[in-house]
Structure formats: C-alpha cells, structure tokens
Design a protein around this ligand. Structure first.
Ligand code: ACO
Length: 363
C-alpha cells in the first residue's frame, strides 16, 4: 500500500504489453520495421494497399495480396457513401477532428465486407466529406477503381490529383500505417482484448490519437512555423517558448533516443514532390535551431525531430487543410489499428493491469 510509482512506471515506459508480428520500434538505433521490412524500404516501393495486405495477412494468418486489398478498399469506399450521408448530420457543429470521431463511432458492418475493409475504406470518405463541408462544398463521390491515396486526395480536394501528389500521399500513408505499441494502438488493443468489435476498438484508438502529445501535433507544428515567420525570428521565438516551459511540437519521443526514421522518409517525399507549397529550407533552419536549443536545455534527454514535423509540411504542401491532419493520420493508422485489433483478439488475452493505491485507508 501507498507505494508511489516512478514517472517511468506511470508511463509504462518500456513495458511490453503484447506479442506482435506487426511492427517493431528500436528507439536506440532509430529503426522501424513494419511486417518484416524497414520503413524506408517499404515507403520507397510499396503502396498503402500493399502494406495493408502485409499487415492483415500477418494479423489473421489469411494470405491477402495487394490486389485483394485494393479491390476490397475500393468497394468499401463505394459503400461508405450512404453511410457517410447518414452519419454527417451527427457531426453538425463539430470541428473536423471531432466530427470525424462522431462519424466513425457510427460505422457498422456493411454488405458482407470484412470489418477491417469497411473501416479503412470509410475513413477517407468521411474525412473528405467533413473537409468539403467545412469549405461549403459538396462531397466528392469515391472512385472504387482509384488507388486509396489517389481517391483520398480527390475526395479531400475535389480535383483529380497529379501522379507525384499521389506518390507523396502514398509514401505518407505507408510511413505512418503502424508503429509498435503507441498510445492509440495500445488503446485499440485494450478495447479489442475485451472481445469488443473492431468498430469499437478503432474508435477508441482514434480518440487517443487526437491528443497533441500523439497525433494532434502536426497542426500546432504549422502554427509554430507561421508564428516564427522569418529566419531572424527563429532564435528569439524558440528561446522564448522554451523559457516559458512550452513543449515544441514535432520534437521528442517516448521511445526514440535518436532521430525518428520516419522524419527522413517524409522529408525525402517532400523533396520528390518538388512543390513551391513547401518552404523546406526555412523548415530546415527551424528544425536545426530547435534541436540545438533542446540539447542545451535538456542535455541528458535526447530530444530529436519526430514524424509530426515533416508530416505537417508534407500534408500542407499537398493542400490538405491543417484542421484535417489528425483524421488523415487516422486514414493511414487505421491499417495498423485493425491489424492489431485482430491480432489481439486472435492471440491475446484480456488486458487488465493493476494500480498502486495511494489514497486513504478506511478508519
Ligand atoms: N519540447 C520541449 N521540451 C520537451 C519536449 C518538447 N517537444 N519533449 C520533451 N521535453 C522535455 C520535457 O518537458 C521534460 O522536461 P523536464 O524533465 O524538465 O520536465 C523532458 O524533456 C523529458 O520529457 P519526457 O517526460 O521524458 O518526455 P515524454 O517521453 O513523456 O514525451 C512526447 C514524449 C510526449 C512525444 C514529448 O516529447 C512531447 O510532448 N513532444 C511534443 C509533442 C509531439 O511532437 N508529439 C508527437 C509525438 S510522435 C507521435 O505520437 C506520432
């Protein structure tokens, strides 16, 4: 009784909570392996459908090819249209992030498709409809024959994307589709461990994703770059924010003690996209100064660039509104969440940890 836990114990730092064949994060070496491949390798040659096929195959033991997933996601996007029309009224008056939460909570099994395909297919349809409504536009009908990345961009922006834009979004979707036992995946697995269905498990995962310490960081990254504004203001702005004890979004990670490997994959995707919409040299100067300032402030705690810094720049360069960044993260991570939920149901056990009671005793 009355045993106070350390900060690391409270955060479950380094505590394994599942056996998984889906992904592995090595925080010391800065490595991420997804379904047996390094993330940089996967992002350079796999589509979102390809990596989703690998994750679902690994989770269920049922072999799936990229073409099977492309077909089922196309069908699911097509079927999601009536669902989305039903669900949108429930999201009236809510922000895009909150509306997305309300809409996905109302998803249900449709037309005999696997639950995982229904979920992953519906996500971009819902995100697209919410983004379009926010700008006063009508939703764009999904194209079941397009790739998931191409159709996501078309439904968000209302015009057919260029091939290099599709390549860039596909690289993003692959890069962030899964990432070990992060907070939202853990949440998903806890819910799945009760044998609740995939819709419940993934909705819970999305709720965890929305916090700024997890998937809610990219919008504030852009706000930070906007607030800094010019090269001359980098040093005073950053020094000031740190002296007020603020956390700088897009930096630091619970597991990585070196640079997040996904940051460089996304930086390379932005370079290949070659658009005037991304001021990479300015972002690079901000990044370099923040890393230096964080080293000065916390010499014993390595705080490096994380995936969210370049996520913000990439999604902004693709003209995706910043208010939709977290739902777009979910479009990608839904592949990982559904795989983890299935794996948990198949091989796991009810997750039920204990707590240390530090309250008063009776009498
Ligand atoms: N900016 C400034 N200081 C920071 C930052 C940061 N981004 N991150 C950590 N620190 C400081 C903490 O304030 C703490 O200082 P203190 O000891 O003086 O209180 C010290 O570094 C150690 O922090 P920890 O508690 O060990 O950090 P934790 O592991 O809890 O945090 C986290 C990880 C939440 C990601 C943190 O680095 C952070 O808040 N980053 C900013 C938000 C962000 O970018 N989130 C996206 C993460 S990636 C993802 O989830 C997809």
């Amino acid at each position: 009784m009355n045993i106070h836990l350390t900060k690391s114990q409270i955060g479950l730092d380094g505590v394994p909570a599942a056996e998984t064949v889906l992904s592995h994060v090595d925080g010391e070496r800065g490595e991420l392996i997804i379904a047996g491949e390094h993330v940089a390798e996967l992002a350079s040659r796999s589509s979102f459908e390809g990596v989703t096929a690998r994750l679902w195959t690994a989770a269920t033991g049922r072999p799936l090819a990229e073409a099977d997933v492309r077909k089922s996601l196309g069908a699911a996007r097509g079927d999601a249209r009536p669902v989305d029309a039903d669900l949108l009224p429930a999201t009236r008056g809510l922000s895009i992030v909150d509306g997305f939460r309300a809409a996905i909570a109302g998803l249900r099994a449709e037309n005999g498709l696997d639950h995982e395909a229904t979920i992953v297919g519906a996500f971009p349809v819902i995100a697209g409809a919410l983004v379009r409504r926010a700008s006063g536009d009508a939703p764009v009908a999904p194209d079941p024959n397009a790739s998931h990345a191409a159709d996501t961009l078309a439904m968000l922006r209302g015009r057919k994307p260029q091939p290099r834009e599709v390549t860039a979004l596909d690289a993003y979707l692959v890069t962030v589709c899964d990432h070990g036992m992060n907070a939202s995946t853990f949440t998903t697995r806890v819910v799945a461990s009760t044998q609740a269905d995939l819709f419940a498990a993934v909705t819970a995962g999305y709720c965890a994703l929305t916090g700024p310490l997890h998937g809610g960081a990219p919008e504030p990254v852009l706000e930070m770059l906007d607030a800094i504004g010019t090269r001359e203001r980098i040093k005073p702005w950053v020094d000031d924010a740190l002296s007020r004890g603020e956390r700088l979004m897009g930096f630091g990670h619970r597991v990585y003690r070196v640079r997040d490997p996904r940051a460089d994959v996304l930086k390379a995707a932005i370079e290949r996209l070659a658009t005037d919409g991304a001021d990479l040299p300015f972002a690079g100067e901000v990044e370099a100064y923040i890393r230096q300032a964080l080293r000065r402030k916390n010499p014993d705690r390595p705080l490096e660039t994380n995936v969210e810094f370049f996520t913000a720049i990439l999604l902004d360069a693709l003209a995706i509104p910043r208010q939709a960044f977290t739902p777009i993260f979910a479009v990608a991570r839904a592949a990982g969440w559904t795989a983890h939920a299935r794996e948990q149901q198949r091989t796991g056990r009810l997750i039920r940890p204990s707590s240390s009671y530090v309250g008063p005793m009776p009498g």
